[in-house]
Ligand binder design. Sequence first.
Ligand code: HGY
Ligand code: MN
Ligand code: MN
Length: 412
Amino acid sequence: MVIASPGGARAVARCDALGRLPFSDIADGLYRGYLTPAHRAAIDQVAAWMREAGMDTRLDPAVNLIGRYEGTAPGPPLIIGSHLDSVRDAGCYDGPLGVMLGIECVAALHAAGRRLPFAIEVIAFGDEEGSRFPAAMLTSRALAGTLDDVPDLVDADGITLRTALAGFGSAPDRLALARHPGAIAYLEAHIEQGPVLEAEGLALGVVTGIAAQVRYATTVRGTAGHAGTCAMPLRRDALAGAAEMVCAIEAQALARGGDLVATVGRMEVRPGAANVIPGDVRFTIDVRAGEDARRDAAAEDIIDAIQAIADRRDLDFDVQRIHVLPASPCDPYLMDGLEEALVEAGHPARRLVSGAGHDAMVMAALAPTAMLFIRCRDGISHNPAEHVEIADVAAALTVMQRFVEKLGECRA
Ligand code: HGY
Ligand code: MN
Ligand code: MN
């Protein structure tokens, strides 16, 4: 697929193109899961765009797509990346925009016949969202070498990670081979997914760090029963209990205020019939804060609060931690360089924290990181209404190109 106009417009157009079949696993809207047919189609298309920009391409054992543009000298590359997978019912820009902007940075060098004193690798991570298997940042953790053990994951259709990897010629025990030898820096451009830049009339901002996050899988068990014959005082209604728990989780986060957030994003009710008292409810809890200690304190209080509800209602309760990532500060030197590039390109300096998680928080184990935020309309994300302006994306590309040139000047 050839999309003509270079730069910001082409990056946006390519994200839009990836938002439709065959690059989505659903016909109406966008969902691109890790190791799905849509992921395969997206890899093939993005790899073609990478080769068009002068890169060699490969898939690593974790099924990250890596495009490489050689430099004039040997040594570790600059990595520019983001993720190709999406949440369910997603917008087009969360993830792919950072990959497309990385490709545009290389395409401009290639078009000018130029190479920098270091190679540039553009990486399209396969699984940042964790929307297919219950573990997030799986493939950037494999690449950064922080995936300690590969859990036996199964998706909602009962397909195992092992089976899904086999479809791409890999296997769980090969994920460790995805470990990257190292990079001089990791740069990720991403939509802000929040309202700050738009509220201040800014197109771009430099990210100072990424909030700590922890995620739990919770099971509440009561007694399924006949909705018509079981008297209210005798019930062990798992859904009524879970509903009280969800409100308690919200209350705990509201009481703390600040950047502490807690979310129940997914709930399954069983058996799920209108005339049966629910006996089994499973839901997720996602807790985030700017620092690990505040995240942990809030999570502990939340679990205590919902355990007390289970006890009072005579419900069985189980909670498993399924994902945890520490807060990840961006590199001060790289932040300064990115801010210089921002100001030289005519934008006010603005630094802000990211409440959203990003592969950058994992890549910090491999290299110093920098993130550039791009304004998005109404701060909306994880939603088909996600929208960016081409002018803002073009501005981001200019800043990224200046930043990359600065790195080149430092290493010349
Ligand atoms: O959940 C997050 O913050 C990211 O979008 N995966
Ligand atoms: Mn993202
Ligand atoms: Mn996301």
